[in-house]
Structure formats: C-alpha cells, structure tokens
Ligand binder design. Structure first.
Ligand SMILES: Nc1ncnc2c1ncn2[C@@H]1O[C@H](COP(=O)(O)OP(=O)(O)OP(=O)(O)O)[C@@H](O)[C@H]1O
Ligand SMILES: O=P(O)(O)OC[C@H]1O[C@H](OP(=O)(O)OP(=O)(O)O)[C@H](O)[C@@H]1O
Ligand SMILES: O=C(O)c1cccnc1
Ligand SMILES: [Mg+2]
Length: 488
C-alpha cells in the first residue's frame, strides 16, 4: 500500500457497511455472489485503455481485517435516534471476518475496453460488497493515469517522457499512484523522489528558474551549476531571453567539455516551443553540440505534443506534469462494480442485471470472462462470455449497443483469456510481476494494438461485445425484468 493509513477496511463508503449489516441481520451474508468491475466509456475518447491498480488491490485485500480500533470506531456510529448503528453481534462478526473470496483480474498494463470485467470477485455477498469502494478507487484512478500516460507517450513517438506532476497532483497518495501508473503507461522517469524510492522508478530532473534568479546573471548561474554537478547539466534557458539563454548554456558547455564533461542539454519552459526548439537546435548544432538534448515542459499534453511534432519541433525529451497526473481533460474514469450472479437457496446460479433506459448501460449478467482473439500479431476482438454456463463455442462478437452489429472472428485467430486467478479462497495465488515486467507488458500490449485504435483523434473502434449465448441470456433477462416474457 502506498499510503499505509489507507490500508484499512474502513476505506469504504458507509453504505457498504450498512448493506453488510443488512445481509448479516437477514442471514443472507454467506450467499455466494459474483461482482464485476468494469467501465462503460474509455477516458479521453481514447480507442483503448491501459488497466492499472491491481498491485494495490492485492495489498489492500491481503490486509483486509478489522482491527480493534477500527471496530471501536464503528461502535461509535449512531442511527437517527442516537442508538448504535451496528449491534454488538455484528461487530463480533466483523472481528472474526476473513477475506475468503476468489478474485480474478486482468493483469496491470493490459489493453482493455469498455464493458469488459477488469476484476471479478466471487464469494460471500457480504465480502464482495465490503470491498467494492476500495477496488473502484484503486483501479479507476490508476487506469485513468496509465491510459493518459500511454497517450502522451504515443504522441511523443518513443521519445522519453518525464513525469513532473508531484506539485500539481491530487494529494500525496494521488501523486504516488500517478507516478507509478504513468511509469506503467510509458513514462521513462519521474521527478518524484519518494515514488523513486518506493517503486524503483528512475528519478530525473533539471533545475528551476529560482536557481537562475538567485545569481546576478544567467551565465554565472549555469557555470555554478556546472561546477557543482558537471555530469548532470540540463540548463533551463528561458528565465530571460530564451535564445540568449541557449548561447549562455553553450559557453558553459564548452568549458565543461574542456574538463572532460558533456552538457546533457537545455530545457525550454515557455514561449513558442516549436520555434524556440528549432532555433535552439541550430545554435547547439552550429556550436558542436549535436547530441545536446532539448527538453520541453509547460502545460504539455498529448495534443500539444502531437502539434509540436507536426510543426517540426526539435524536442527530444518531454516533461509533463499537471495535465498528466490530474487527467486534466477527464478527471475521473467511471468504472463501476455490479452484481452479475447470486446463488439461490438450492445452490443454482441466478443471473442478475441492472436495467437502464439506455441499453448500453444495462449491466451484463453472469460469471464473466473475456476471450481475446489475436490475429497476425494484433488483437482482433474481445468476446465477453458467461463462464457460469460453460462459456461459448461461437466466435461471434455481438455489439452490446446494437445486436445487429456482429463480428465473426475467423478460426485462424488464437485466443487468450483476460481474467487471471489472483485469489483463491482468500489466498493470493498470483505470481506478481515486478513493476518493470508490468511496464514491459504494457509496451508489448500497445505494440499489438493496431495504430488505428491507438490514434489520438477519432480512433478506430475495437470490436468488443458479448458472445451469442451471453447476448441471449441478457436479452431474456431484460424481457423478464420488464415483464415482457411469460414467467416474469
Ligand atoms: N508551437 C506551439 N504550438 C502549440 N502549443 C504551444 C506551442 N508552444 C507552446 N505551446 C503551448 O502553449 C501554451 C502556452 O502557455 P502560456 O500562454 O501560459 O505561455 P507561456 O509561454 O507559458 O508564457 P509565460 O512566458 O508567461 O510563461 C502551453 O500549454 C504550451 O505548452
Ligand atoms: O507544466 P507542467 O506539465 O505541470 O510541468 C511541470 C511544471 O512545473 C515547473 O514549473 P511551475 O509550473 O511550477 O512554474 P513555472 O511554470 O512558472 O515555471 C516546470 O517548469 C513546469 O512548467
Ligand atoms: O526537473 C525538472 O525540470 C522539473 C521537476 C518538476 C517540475 N518541473 C520541472
Ligand atoms: Mg508551469
């Protein structure tokens, strides 16, 4: 857990506890249920998303346990009439409660799409309910930031992106989670030193305007920095006149070279970054510094980076803070957690869905899994299936928004299952990848995603939908729920 104060079962909405109490009171708390975590719309109108947050989910679930001080707090909660909200017997029940569910999840760094279960929790309904809020919190934000980072790195076309967000992030835990998710999404390093220590992310940085402003002149400032740190010199050149700043950096770079050191580069943080980078490049090249890198920062995002590229900017390293870690243009991913199945008294699965006026918002019933088809090295379509009925044999994918739209995946395509076993009977059974492995996985996932789907603007729509059997089941349940079918 990044923030140990949050490693508590009280990291939840009160209503999860009141529902848990209700299940316990009515004796239904042990009924086996299946919940799915999914989102309906990708963030940033992106053609894909990169899932992240599972590592924290695992830590949180492993620590799931009510301590005495947490129980004591719950005992202080009162109903409207001032009587205790929870009776003693329930507090005793929570004291003994152990997490015993099965959890399946899509590994971090996997490319995912709307409606697919990213996480599936199966077990006593009380437990499945109690974990909802924390799971959503952890997956929603980190998936959002990993996706934003992937888009920014896509725009940078393999040039390194440094994450500079700590000062603008949503609090301390938000900053740490953002640094980690941004690294998974493709960022090369972070300026956040604590994230570096906690997660092993490379840390990088230049210097601020205050350094330059603390000297009588810019050349003095650069020289002093070079004297102090001859092997780490990226000079911020825009405190006064940017191109004069580049000239001053070159002079210091020449002196560094005489002492056997090489200036790493310059940073631009204001003005027309296309024009200034092109002019700075000319100056650096003419002075014999073709390898000096030009770093740019200043409210960058994927749109500005793509535009700068198109303008022929000579920027080799991108520093991105605010708009990355705050997911500026879409500050939340709307992931939800819905009940898909519950066992009846006879032990049979009852499939459940939530109706909505909008057909696309009707949840999917069942014990869901995702079959991903891969053809010619590219992901070709995802089929959501109900494992409760033994899965699907057909390779047809039915669009959940329009059942007339169907895609048939050919027999040559290989297939894989997205949800992997994470917990069995409450025990961790997943061989956890390192952060480096997760980052490499994300990279491999993106490289087998067609560039049209990765396109920043108006991406191609990836085929994701239901298997025909699940589509039929859903259709039947919708009719029943609306009272349209016999026996409803
Ligand atoms: N050539 C360019 N094309 C598109 N966007 C650019 C270009 N150059 C810079 N930008 C972006 O335009 C915005 C400029 O921000 P702003 O208007 O605050 O100017 P500034 O250069 O930061 O001014 P100041 O000197 O006051 O710091 C930033 O988001 C920056 O990334
Ligand atoms: O723009 P971001 O993507 O958030 O990247 C981080 C910003 O933080 C630093 O300065 P800060 O914004 O604190 O001050 P300045 O813009 O006045 O230099 C840096 O110079 C960048 O501008
Ligand atoms: O190292 C830098 O250049 C840096 C770090 C944080 C924020 N902005 C810039
Ligand atoms: Mg700024």
């Amino acid at each position: 857990m990044q923030n140990h104060a949050a490693a508590s079962p009280l990291l939840t909405d009160l209503y999860q506890l009141t529902m848990a109490y209700g299940y316990w009171k009515t004796g239904t708390h042990e009924r086996e249920a299946v919940f799915h975590l999914f989102f309906r719309k990708p963030p940033f109108a992106s053609g894909y998303s990169l899932v992240a947050g599972l590592a924290d989910v695992i830590d949180w679930l492993r620590a799931f346990h009510f301590d005495e001080d947490e129980l004591a707090y719950l005992q202080t909660l009162e109903g409207n009439d001032g009587s205790p909200l929870f009776e003693e017997g329930f507090i005793d029940y929570l004291r003994e409660l152990k997490f015993t569910c099965e959890v399946d999840a899509v590994p971090e760094g996997t490319v995912v799409f709307p409606h697919e279960p990213l996480l599936r929790v199966q077990g006593p309904i009380l437990q499945g309910q109690l974990v909802e809020t924390a799971l959503l919190n952890l997956i929603n934000y980190q998936t959002l930031i990993a996706t934003k980072a992937a888009r920014i790195c896509e725009a940078a076309q393999d040039e390194p992106v440094l994450e500079f967000g700590l000062r603008r992030a949503q609090g301390v835990d938000g900053a740490l989670a953002a640094s980690r998710a941004a690294y998974i999404g493709g960022c090369a390093a972070t300026s956040n030193v604590l994230a570096g220590k906690l997660f092993g992310i490379p840390v990088k940085g230049t210097h601020a305007h205050s350094w330059v402003m603390s000297f009588d002149s810019e050349p003095e400032a650069f020289q002093a920095y070079a004297d102090a740190m001859p092997n780490n010199c990226v000079f911020l050149v825009d405190t006064y006149d940017t191109l004069d700043g580049v000239r001053a950096a070159i002079e210091v770079g020449k002196r560094l070279r005489e002492t056997g050191h090489e200036m790493v580069g310059v940073r631009l943080d204001s003005g027309d970054l296309a024009y200034l980078s092109i002019e700075a490049r000319k100056l650096l090249d003419a002075a014999g510094f073709p390898d000096a890198v030009i770093v740019a920062s200043n409210d960058l995002d994927e749109t500005i980076i793509a535009s700068l590229k198109q303008q022929g900017a000579k920027i080799g390293l991108w520093g991105v803070g605010t708009k990355l870690v705050t997911a500026f243009d879409q500050p939340a991913l709307g992931g939800v957690y819905k009940l898909g199945a519950i066992r009846d008294g006879a032990g049979n699965w009852q499939y459940r869905l939530k109706l909505s006026e909008q057909s696309i918002k009707v949840s999917n019933p069942g014990i869901l899994q995702v079959r991903r088809f891969v053809q010619d090295g590219l992901i070709a379509g995802d089929q959501i299936i109900n494992e409760g009925e033994g899965g699907e044999t057909s390779r047809t994918i039915v669009d959940p928004a329009d059942s007339m739209r169907r895609k048939r995946v050919t027999a040559e395509a290989s297939e894989e299952l997205l949800l992997q076993p994470i917990f069995r009977n409450g025990e961790l059974v997943y061989d956890r990848p390192t952060l480096e492995e997760t980052k490499a996985h994300a990279r491999a996932e993106l490289s087998r995603t067609h560039p049209g789907i990765r396109r920043l603007l108006n991406p191609h729509e990836y085929p994701v939908g239901l298997g025909p059997q699940l589509h039929e089941l859903k259709h039947k349940l919708i009719q029943q729920a609306r009272g349209e079918a016999p026996g409803a």
